[in-house]
Design a protein around this ligand. Structure first.
Ligand SMILES: Nc1ncnc2c1ncn2[C@@H]1O[C@H](COP(=O)(O)OP(=O)(O)OP(=O)(O)O)[C@@H](O)[C@H]1O
Ligand SMILES: [Mg+2]
Length: 361
């Protein structure tokens, strides 16, 4: 298995630039999740790696092997790139048995029969599907079909596995099972997996590292899930990964106020650049705690018990905010009741300039 390096890749469709100078290094033997909103260019990047579109600039290498170099006019054909792919809309072929589906890439390479059989059985073992070798896809569950698709990607001994939204069609429970399965397969093979999704929850469950892409096709952060949640590089990452509350901060008289439809005096800490307002205060629901001594008061609109935590909606002035309370915190501080007015404190706040068009008059 090998690392995958995108170096200053630019891809355009006509006059529409999807990727501009895009660089990312996917380390060998890791699962890297590329996460970004729909239409930001994730599949476009995958297609460049597979050789299905041709970037205008840049270099793509897998391990020591250069697959594409715009300046040197290197462009290895798709069928010689040796990359296993599982696409959402590239399901198994319904008219072929499991065995035939997984054999197909090797038959295309005209491998000897004996070798095909051996490698197919090995790939099926890896995804625990040996006993279904003679089944047709319509005799399998969605998750089993997806495993066949993974076996078909594994069978070619690829240097890298790319999965582009492979499980979005499955129901929640199966999705969770498949994520575990993918993780186990990755560990067994020490595979390099580039996993593409717009679903941050799957990414958090699966990845060693996350690459966060913005709507304009730029990479805004690359790091472990912990780095991304605890130290988001910018407002986009903070908002896109995890749950967040934003409250506008305004200057009011000589001090600051939270603009919640009505101005609520704010005396917490702010960085020097936010001292004159014009910023949004960002706070995660689990960084808001009930604190009877706090002058900041909110009303409890609803409380839901989710098994391992409580989820609240509070009204702070006219603004609704979300609060998560762990069981431990609920035991020590007590739970808040619906309809009650509570004091709240923010444990960890961030400040981002108010975006244009968002400013409330
Ligand atoms: N063949 C094409 N011709 C023209 N424009 C395209 C083509 N393929 C994609 N695009 C455009 O490029 C942009 C990026 O598309 P892409 O499929 O890479 O997004 P994505 O991040 O994979 O989105 P999703 O999460 O919805 O799969 C979109 O604006 C899309 O409309
Ligand atoms: Mg896509």
């Amino acid at each position: 298995m090998a690392n995958v390096k995108f170096d200053h890749i630019t891809v355009r469709y006509g006059s529409h630039t999807v990727l501009q100078d895009f660089s990312l290094d996917v380390e060998s033997g890791k699962i890297v999740c590329l996460v970004g909103p729909s239409g930001c260019g994730k599949t476009t990047l995958v297609r460049a790696l597979l050789g299905l579109n041709k970037p205008e600039t840049g270099v793509i290498t897998v391990g020591e092997r250069c697959l594409f170099d715009a300046k040197k006019h290197v462009n290895v054909p798709a069928e010689k790139r040796n990359i296993g792919i599982v696409f959402q809309d590239y399901a198994v072929w319904p008219h072929m048995t499991v065995l035939e589906n997984v054999s197909y890439p090797l038959k295309k390479q005209r491998r000897p029969k004996e070798e095909i059989r051996e490698r197919v059985m090995h790939a099926l073992e890896q995804v625990h599907m040996t006993e279904y070798a003679r089944h047709l896809p319509n005799q399998l569950s969605g998750g089993q079909q997806q495993r066949v698709a993974i076996a078909r990607a594994l069978v070619v001994d690829s240097d890298v596995l790319v999965m582009d939204e492979p499980i979005t069609n499955l129901d929640a429970k199966l999705r969770e099972e498949m994520l575990l399965e993918i993780r186990m397969i990755q560990k067994r093979l020490n595979a390099t997996i580039l996993y593409i999704t717009h679903d941050q929850q799957s990414a958090l469950q699966l990845c060693d590292k996350m690459a966060i892409m913005q709507q304009d096709g730029t990479l805004c952060q690359y790091g472990t899930d912990e780095e991304i949640i605890l130290h988001p590089a910018n407002r986009f990452t903070f908002e896109f990964i995890g749950v967040s509350n934003f409250i506008p901060l305004r200057q009011a008289g000589s001090g600051l106020a939270l603009d919640c439809g009505e101005l609520i005096p704010y005396t917490g800490e702010v960085p020097p650049q936010a001292e004159n307002g014009g910023f949004d205060l960002g706070v995660r629901p689990n960084d808001i705690v009930f604190d009877p001594a706090s002058p900041l008061k909110a009303r409890v609109d609803s409380r839901v018990f989710l098994g391992s935590e409580y989820n609240y909606f509070l009204s702070l002035g006219q603004k609704q905010i979300r609060v998560q309370q762990s069981m431990l915190d609920a035991r020590t501080r007590g739970v808040a009741k619906e309809g009650e007015t509570v004091g709240i404190s923010f444990l960890n706040t961030r400040f981002y300039p108010t975006q244009k068009g968002e400013q409330t008059p």
